[in-house]
Design a protein around this ligand. Structure first.
Ligand code: HEC
Ligand code: HEC
Length: 269
């Protein structure tokens, strides 16, 4: 008994009690504070980033560098944003396989959850355009005519009038846009993959992007597909008319020559 009371009066006792009390209140506070949702979201987010980092190290780091800083085999991904990853991996372009003039679409090898994780990891390396929401890219309620106009001024020089695609220089090409998901069309405009220029919101507003998506959706949907029969590459009425004119005339001339040759032969014999 005597021993205990002696210890109680130890000069540091007060300090120890105070520290214990502080720790207890702190602990109680964290335990009972309104379960902060932001914190839960934060940890879910850091878990996603962590998973993305693992996938990245296995599938992408060999070309893009350990921290996304780039190597001679692939550019830096710092600041390209989640939208670029969602586009590149979601259309199967990435992971790239063999070097060539242009990295084409391939079979997609990651599922959407994994793509989201990769995108979260890359976005954590530096701020860049984020993946658009459904509301942003869904063609519903957009102005198709306006979209057609915008498409012809901004995109047709490479992708052709109805998005059928076309060749560019040095073995590169602008792909056919039929069947490309609205989200990927939006992201292509946001990020400008490879030889395509990017169209940030300052050049083409979010509303304009939606109009373009609606236009592409309408020219590629079944009811509007080639009402006049053979499509001739969707080059537009003038060039298609010209094709008919030249080709049709060519056939007529060939027939005339053949008939003339036969009659000449018949006369001789
Ligand atoms: C074989 C090498 C290689 C591998 C593996 C690879 N990439 Fe790439 N990546 C490239 C090259 C090369 C480019 C540049 C293409 C161009 O712009 O011409 C590129 C471009 C990109 C871009 C576009 C960057 C931009 O500026 O918009 C993203 C995003 C990307 N890669 C993500 C990934 C992810 C994620 C993985 C892993 C799933 C991956 N890459 C795997 C070689 C590779
Ligand atoms: C200077 C030529 C050029 C212009 C202008 C251009 N693009 Fe592209 N576009 C390309 C090239 C080249 C690619 C292929 C890039 C790649 O494979 O990474 C491409 C790819 C795309 C893709 C991806 C298709 C797929 O198969 O996944 C979409 C969508 C797209 N462009 C839409 C547009 C839209 C919409 C516009 C106008 C706002 C536009 N492009 C303007 C050259 C162009």
């Amino acid at each position: 008994m005597k021993k205990l009371s002696a210890r109680r009066r130890h000069p540091l006792a007060a300090v120890v009690v105070l520290l214990l009390a502080l720790a207890a209140t702190g602990g109680l506070y964290t335990a009972f504070a309104p379960a902060s949702k932001a914190k839960a979201d934060d940890s879910a987010q850091s878990l996603t980033i962590e998973e993305g980092k693992k996938l990245y190290e296995v599938g992408c780091a060999s070309c893009h560098g350990a921290g996304g800083q780039g190597t001679t085999d692939g550019p830096s991904l710092v600041g390209v944003g989640a939208a670029a990853v969602d586009f590149q991996v979601g259309t199967g372009r990435m992971p790239a396989q063999q070097p060539g003039a242009q990295i084409p679409r391939k079979k997609v090898i990651y599922n959407q959850a994994e793509i989201d994780q990769l995108a979260a990891y890359i976005a954590s390396l530096g701020a860049g355009p984020s993946v658009p929401t459904k509301n942003q890219y869904s063609p519903e309620g957009a102005d198709i005519a306006k979209g057609g106009e915008l498409f012809r001024t901004n995109c047709a020089q490479c992708h052709n009038f109805t998005g059928k695609g076309g060749a560019l220089t040095h073995g590169k090409f602008a792909p056919d846009l039929e069947g490309v998901q609205p989200k990927h069309i939006y992201e292509a405009m946001q990020t400008g993959p490879q030889n395509m220029p990017s169209f940030p919101d300052t050049t083409l507003s979010s509303k304009n992007k939606k109009d373009i998506i609606a236009y592409l959706h309408s020219v590629n949907s079944d009811q509007t597909k080639n009402p006049g029969g053979l499509e001739l590459g969707g080059l537009g009425p003038v060039s298609e008319g010209l094709f008919g004119w030249i080709f049709g005339l060519g056939v007529l001339i060939a027939v005339a020559v053949w008939v003339a040759a036969r009659t000449a032969k018949a006369k001789k014999s």
